[in-house]
Design a protein around this ligand. Structure first.
Ligand SMILES: Nc1ncnc2c1ncn2[C@@H]1O[C@H](COP(=O)(O)OP(=O)(O)OP(=O)(O)O)[C@@H](O)[C@H]1O
Ligand SMILES: [Mg+2]
Length: 370
């Protein structure tokens, strides 16, 4: 396995669109790093630059000890599982002297005429590994992924989830320096998603593999990542462990992106030991700074039963807990509480904020105020 490092990486597409700006981070040997952010924030672009499928406009990408900016994909010793709906051939960069690498791209779809076994073995045959070595690797990967029983089937005889696991298996058998996974669970149903997600986590622990995993799903990011890179509009917002991202978001974007339901935000003024917005006043144990500010509080830190009067707008029971949506004038708040008797929709409801868990953000820059 290997370390992957990015330094000042920038990507400007031919049409002038800046997809990635100044990306600098290290992925340690054996680390599972997740890239997360909303659609269009540059995740796939970053991953494909690491794979060698897109040119790097400026900055450097290092895999192991080697700067790979000009190294073709085939020689990068990485295995990639592509985002399914992605990857239009027009955006693939094929260096003129390396036409044969086009094969790498055909590879991402399973070969329909080949068995599952042969689909997984194909890349290894091309690399002239011995028959017994190939057999060993394919059977080991198949067993890890629960594909032992379907090795003789053709892709069309598989479910979507099984197909996706075959694609993963094909990456696994290569035993590359790093795995690059672009939304590998995107076309699975909810249950299979959970199962395969757990499978990837187990694989990561078992193989001690360096993995870069792209998703727009913050739950997937939180459950899988050793660390997470949060991106927005091509820029890195924060790089941290899941717990630190949750507890100490660097800015309002990260605070709102990580967590579900998202953090509540209220804009108001801090003076005299209190935060004031409209009819709402929150006593502050410590004053971060005076003046206009955005107060943030997670739904689990809002309590029901005493405190400021709100109007109950909506109740969403999800079984083990209830999401309570309430408003006071222009302020909307969601609380996440234990199942309990609640007032009728439209009636008053009292909410209180746990003062130990308040966050403050600058209304202009969005930066966290410590
Ligand atoms: N070949 C291209 N030419 C011009 N712009 C592109 C090209 N490919 C992607 N983009 C733009 O670059 C930005 C980043 O695209 P990218 O595919 O990296 O997003 P993403 O974060 O992977 O999004 P998603 O979650 O939807 O997959 C988007 O605004 C996209 O429209
Ligand atoms: Mg993408």
């Amino acid at each position: 396995m290997a370390r992957v490092a990015l330094a000042g990486v920038r990507k400007v597409y031919d049409n002038g669109h800046v997809a990635v700006e100044d990306a600098t981070f290290d992925i340690g040997d054996g680390e599972l790093m997740v890239l997360v952010g909303p659609s269009g924030c540059g995740k796939s672009t970053l991953l494909r630059m690491i794979a060698g499928l897109e040119t790097v406009t400026s900055g450097t990408i290092t895999i192991g000890d080697r700067v790979v900016n000009d190294v073709p994909p085939k020689q990068r010793d990485v295995a990639m599982v592509f985002q399914r709906h992605d990857n239009p051939p027009t955006s693939i960069f094929v260096p003129p002297k390396q036409r044969d690498i086009a094969m790498v791209f055909q590879n991402y779809a399973l070969y329909p005429h080949m068995s599952v076994y042969d689909n997984m073995a194909f890349g290894l045959k091309l690399r002239h590994l011995s028959k017994s070595e190939i057999d060993q690797r394919v059977r080991r990967a198949a067993s890890m992924l629960g594909l032992d029983q379907v090795l003789e089937r053709k892709p069309r005889q598989l479910s979507g989830g099984q197909r996706q696991r075959v694609a993963l298996g094909r990456a696994l058998v290569r035993e590359p320096a790093a795995f690059l996974l672009d939304e590998p669970l995107s076309n699975l149903d909810a249950k299979l998603r959970l199962q395969t997600r757990a499978e990837i986590a187990r694989l990561h622990h078992r193989l001690d593999a360096t993995m870069i995993y792209v998703t727009h799903d913050q739950i997937e990011a939180m459950t899988l990542g050793d660390r997470i890179v949060v991106l927005d509009l091509g820029r890195i917002q924060q790089i941290d462990t899941p717990l630190n991202l949750y507890r100490e978001p660097a800015n309002r974007f990260v605070a709102g992106f990580i967590g579900s339901p998202p953090m509540n935000f209220l804009e108001g003024r801090v003076d005299d030991g209190r935060f004031v917005t409209g009819s709402l006043t929150v006593a502050l144990p410590r004053v971060p700074r005076l003046g206009q500010m955005i107060l943030g509080i997670r739904p689990e830190h809002v309590g029901v039963g005493s405190g400021t009067k709100f109007t109950l707008d909506l109740v969403e029971p999800i079984g083990n807990e209830v999401f309570v949506y309430a408003s006071a004038a222009e302020n909307h708040v969601v609380a996440r509480v234990a199942p309990q008797e609640l007032p009728q929709i439209g009636s008053p409801i009292a909410l209180n904020f746990d003062a130990a868990h308040l966050h403050f953000f600058d209304p202009q820059s969005g930066a966290r105020i410590r």
